[in-house]
Design a protein around this ligand. Structure first.
Ligand code: PLP
Length: 436
């Protein structure tokens, strides 16, 4: 029992603070179990109610999660800065991180040379760069997203967080894809919002499941293409079905996450129409121009726009015009269409190589392939021994079955073949035992 080593204090606040510092220092890692309330109360010489209140405080802050009979545990990705994760061992190929291929991102130094670099003052008129807004409006119009109200935020997750904060309150329920991008799940937890799983197949959310989720959820976060981790992308038919489900609930806040933008490898098929009261579409440049730009374009209804921009002007005020102009300059590059093609080739090469081994997998669009496996951690470990670093699906899944996520952004067709051969070897004994 770790009680003696990291929990101290005699008041609710001090006890909670000691747990929080232990998490920040890496002494209480993700998943670590906190002692039962009574045990800790006896150890510290305080009333059980004091410890219970400390645990509630930590839960409200998103640091721990009460996990039924399994007790109270440290949450993965609590909203506290943590020590860096251990890197993959030397020689292991990183297919875990969901990054774009560096060599397929535009040359930012060249783009920067085309940017007019100048000082701007607080009082300068335009909050956002007119050329960037025009570019965004044109793209949204082409994708049938209403484009009257567009603002600039610092990435897709920043846009999602800002919109959620303006419309949702702690305890509100939000329908999300299952499996779902961990960044979205962590953000919901950090805002005390409750994720309601909606299973996805290759074409997106299952309409009947969305209908069911909306009995309790007042918002939905959906990824029309490059769904992370499954690669799902809306087909025209699925989008029509989902629109029908949503049409019965005009009050629901719909947030669309287009994190991969033009390199997704699928058309953007929106669920938004002008009848919806509250909505937002956030389109990031992270995958097409580079994650370090921290820029995304946010189209939304008038009220959401006013709230998000109003709040932004109180805090960060605006996204630097240097960045906004750099995005305009880099967008004139032709790199994204080539990158999109290469990502699609790499994804398809892995899917084909897996299919040749009889291994079913998903990856209709985006930078990842999702492979159902009987047991995630044994497969992840065995692949690590074979020189491949991939992600266990656990953190992405709410109720969906086990799988691993493989980022194919840098995986050439030849490497895809080697990977598929290795995975087939790892899975083979399992198949033999389950096959009889
Ligand atoms: C579904 C999804 N949303 C958002 C993001 C993060 O985007 P950004 O860098 O624009 O915040 C990612 C990153 O991979 C993602 O997969």
């Amino acid at each position: 029992m770790l009680i003696q080593t990291y929990i101290s204090g005699t008041s609710t606040v001090n006890i909670a603070a000691s747990v929080e510092s232990a998490v920040a220092a890496g002494r209480a890692p993700s998943g670590a179990q906190l002692p039962p309330v009574r045990t800790l109360a006896a150890h510290l010489g305080v009333a059980p109610a004091t410890v219970a209140a400390a645990y509630r405080l930590l839960q409200d802050r998103g640091v721990v999660v009460a996990d039924g009979r399994r007790g109270t545990r440290v949450r993965p990705a609590p909203p506290i800065s943590l020590p860096a994760e251990a890197p993959l061992p030397p020689g292991v190929r990183d297919l875990a991180e969901g990054n774009p291929d560096l060599t397929l991102l535009p040359d930012l130094a060249a783009a920067m040379r085309r940017v007019k670099v100048e000082q701007r003052l607080y009082s300068d008129a335009d909050l956002n760069d007119p050329d960037l807004l025009a570019l965004a409006r044109e793209q949204f119009r082409a994708d049938r997203v209403p484009n009257e109200h567009v603002s600039v935020v610092s990435g897709a997750l920043d846009g999602i967080e800002r919109v959620a904060r303006e419309h949702l309150r702690p305890g509100d329920r939000v329908a999300v894809e299952d499996p779902c991008f961990t960044g979205v799940l962590d953000l919901l937890h950090a805002q005390s919002l409750v994720a309601v799983p909606v299973p996805v197949d290759d074409e997106g959310m299952i309409p009947g499941e969305l209908r069911r989720a909306l009995r309790s959820a007042s918002a939905v976060i959906v990824t029309p293409r490059a769904q992370n981790p499954t690669g799902a992308a809306h087909s025209p038919r699925r989008a029509r079905e989902l629109r029908t489900v949503l049409a019965a609930r005009r009050d629901v806040l719909v947030i669309e996450d287009d994190h991969a933008g033009p390199v997704a490898g699928a058309n953007y098929i929106t669920l938004i129409d002008r009848q919806r009261e509250r909505w937002a579409v956030v389109r990031s440049v992270s995958k097409s121009l580079g994650p370090d730009l921290r820029v995304a374009l946010l189209a939304s209804d008038a009220q959401t726009h006013a709230r998000v921009e109003g709040r932004q002007t109180l805090g960060i005020r605006w996204v630097s015009h240097l960045l906004q102009r750099l995005v305009v300059a880099a967008s004139r590059d032709r790199t994204p269409s080539r990158a999109s093609r290469v990502y699609a080739e790499r994804r398809h090469a892995l899917l084909r190589a897996l299919a040749a081994h009889g291994i079913a997998a998903h990856g209709r669009s985006g930078l990842n392939v999702w492979i159902p496996v009987p047991e995630e951690h044994t497969v992840v470990q065995a692949l690590l021994h074979a020189g491949w670093g991939v992600k266990a699906g656990e953190r992405y899944r709410l109720t969906s079955p086990p799988a691993i996520r493989v980022t194919t952004a840098t995986l050439t067709p030849r490497d895809a073949q080697r990977f598929a051969d290795d995975l087939a070897r790892v899975l083979a004994p399992k198949r033999r035992t389950t096959g009889v």
